[in-house]
Design a protein. Structure first.
Ligand SMILES: [Zn+2]
Lengths: 326, 280
């Protein structure tokens, strides 16, 4: 349990939960668990835990939300894929250079409907984290995603993408193999892909590396996810010349769910279980499934022309500026 | 640009420049030679000694590429708006105001139409001096409108990039300009109209990772820095020295990322040839 609450602001929840567990163990030991006298105490403590979660998670600062979005116990793409879809068959490789473990993808069904699902994948253990490159894809990852999306188009399958990355890999190999081109091409091809696309930010929506699988008809995000042009630390280092100002930068960048909805970047917010998706991955996945099914059913009846027109307009209309009318 | 520093300049240069007023001479960023400014200007802002390409303004770029008297600017009144009420150590609003006053420009891009050796084109050029040529809503909108106008008119599009990437002060709105511009280019492709992307020093971040790398033909100026992540970010991430010439135009050519490296002097004629090949 102690490991679960790895964020400082979650410590009060952790303490109350420990108290609750201890009481339960104590009652069990002296055989009074379930008796009328003691259930009041239990109920009071349970209520305390619930209230704490409610309070802490309804007043999170944007920086705290960032930390939840990056929580090491947060459900990742493969967790959600296992919970939401049936019969997932993972497919590998971009047919050009290699297979990138930072992006997974393949064929699956969703309530019986065949789909192509693609997601950015982080690792849980140290070894896995390195293997998945901390969820930072290389060009071959984006090119694998593109290959799968083009396949989806050929077989007339809707595409579901799960976004969860700090950003595209910034290293020599990525530059050598054309990181920019890989991302740019995805933006271009996704904008005209002739099947419905639904994208969900399940954790971190880190800049161009996230957008590269996010040009969709419906863009949604989990309540405690973020979507940003740059990481708060990166922004703080450049604009405040002080990486420690990440909390200030997180606030200024407007990277949280409500701001993103207000700015028209996402179409809807997917609720998380009380205390965040990392406390109940299954419950989070159920909400995710409902949201994807709803979006796909809205898109299902549209002609290809209408679909593409809507997708174009969705991104075409983003931007705020002044202009003198002639 | 302070260049009257003892010990930095070659002795010969000091002798040559010491008695003349500042402003008439420039020091080459590459070979450190002190050159008569007029001579550099006559040479299209390219060092006559070592061929170093100085960064130039959007207006100067258009003057160099577009036939004299044929340029008509579009969307000149488009101006940034502080949608996020962003404030770092300075308010974005104030940053816009001071930069606009200093540069007499609304934002980091000039776009319009004109002809290149008689062929009509839509052109958009970055103003790097305006907040590092960063792309916010105005830049994204100007590029998108340029592409849409080209589709309407059935003419090619040329974008000359010089940008540090997305504009942080416009947050997620600037990120989405990548998708917006790329989607417009996808439509241009369907119409069979050429798009030529010209990469100049420096082109990085969200600009490279969208329209800049999507040209039917991509050309770069010699030695231009071009990349997704900036060299400092990469060096910090991998904690090792970057190889010589990394992310320079020549490196990109070698790795198959650009079609050609073109000297500024040949830029206009090369564009004209490409257009006639693609549309002729
Ligand atoms: Zn020189």
């Amino acid at each position: 349990m102690a490991q679960l609450h790895s964020r400082d602001f979650e410590k009060p929840i952790e303490a109350a939960e420990r108290e609750l567990e201890e009481l339960r163990a104590e009652l069990e030991e002296d055989g009074s668990l379930g008796s009328a006298d003691t259930s009041d105490d239990l109920k009071r403590l349970e209520e305390k835990v619930r209230k704490l979660k409610e309070h802490i998670f309804s007043t999170l600062t944007p920086w705290q939300v960032t930390l939840i979005a990056r929580h090491p116990k947060r459900p990742y793409s493969l967790d959600h894929i296992g919970n939401v879809f049936e019969d997932f068959v993972e497919l590998h490789g971009d047919r050009l250079y290699g297979d990138d473990p930072a992006i997974v993808g393949g064929l699956a069904t969703l309530d019986g409907t065949p789909v192509v699902v693609i997601g950015q994948q982080k690792g849980r253990t140290t070894k896995e984290r390195v293997y998945r490159n901390y969820g930072m894809p290389h060009p071959e990852g984006y090119r694998k995603a593109l290959r799968l999306m083009e396949m989806a188009e050929r077989f007339n399958r809707p595409v579901v993408t799960l976004i969860d990355t700090p950003g595209a890999a910034p290293d020599i190999e990525a530059e050598e193999r054309g990181q920019s081109e890989a991302i740019a091409r995805n933006l271009l091809v996704m904008s005209r892909l002739k099947v419905p696309i639904v994208s969900v930010v399940i954790g971190e929506g880190g800049s161009g590396g996230a957008l590269a699988i996010g040009v969709a008809d419906r863009v949604m995000l989990f309540e405690f996810s973020t979507y940003s042009v740059i990481s708060p630390e990166g922004c703080a280092a450049i604009l405040w010349k002080d990486g420690a100002k990440a909390d200030t930068a997180a606030k200024a960048l407007k990277i949280g769910a409500k701001d993103l909805l207000g700015l028209g970047i996402v179409d809807s917010i997917i609720d998380e279980p009380l205390g965040g998706a990392h406390r109940d991955a299954k419950a989070a996945s159920i909400n995710l499934k409902t949201a994807i099914l709803k979006s796909l059913s809205e898109l299902k009846g549209l002609s290809v022309d209408k679909l593409l027109e809507g997708r174009y307009e969705k991104f075409r209309s983003i931007g705020v500026f002044k202009e003198d009318s002639a | 640009m302070v260049w009257f520093k003892k010990g930095i300049l070659a002795k010969k240069s000091e002798e040559k420049t010491v008695k003349v007023p500042r402003g008439l001479w420039v020091k080459c960023n590459n070979c450190a030679e002190i050159i008569y400014k007029k001579e550099v200007e006559r040479n299209l802002d390219v060092c006559p000694k070592c061929s170093y390409h100085f960064r130039i303004s959007a207006k100067r770029r258009i003057d160099i590429i577009i036939d004299e008297g044929s340029f008509k600017e579009h969307d000149e009144t488009l101006s940034p708006k502080d949608a996020l009420e962003f404030k770092d150590i300075k308010k974005y609003k104030d940053r816009i105001k001071t930069t606009q006053a200093k540069l007499k420009a609304n934002d980091a891009m000039i776009c319009g139409e004109g002809s290149i050796e008689g062929a009509r084109v839509m052109i958009a050029a970055f103003e790097f001096a305006f907040m590092g040529g960063s792309m916010g809503s105005v830049v994204g909108e100007k590029i998108t409108r340029s592409i849409e106008r080209a589709i309407e008119a059935g003419v090619p599009v040329i974008v000359v990039s010089s940008s540090g990437g997305a504009r942080m002060q416009e947050g997620i709105l600037s990120l989405m300009q990548m998708a917006k511009t790329s989607a417009a280019l996808a439509k241009l492709r369907e119409k069979g109209l050429p798009y030529i992307s010209v990469l100049t020093d420096p082109t990085t971040g969200g600009v490279t990772a969208s329209f800049a790398m999507l040209g039917d033909v991509i050309m770069a100026e010699p030695r231009a820095l071009i990349g997704f992540a900036g060299p400092r970010v990469i060096a910090e991430t991998i904690r090792q020295k970057l190889p010589e010439g990394f992310q320079r135009a020549e490196y990109l050519l070698e790795h198959g990322m650009v079609d050609m490296i073109v000297n500024r002097k040949e830029m206009k004629s090369t564009l004209a040839r490409l257009i006639s090949h693609l549309l002729g």
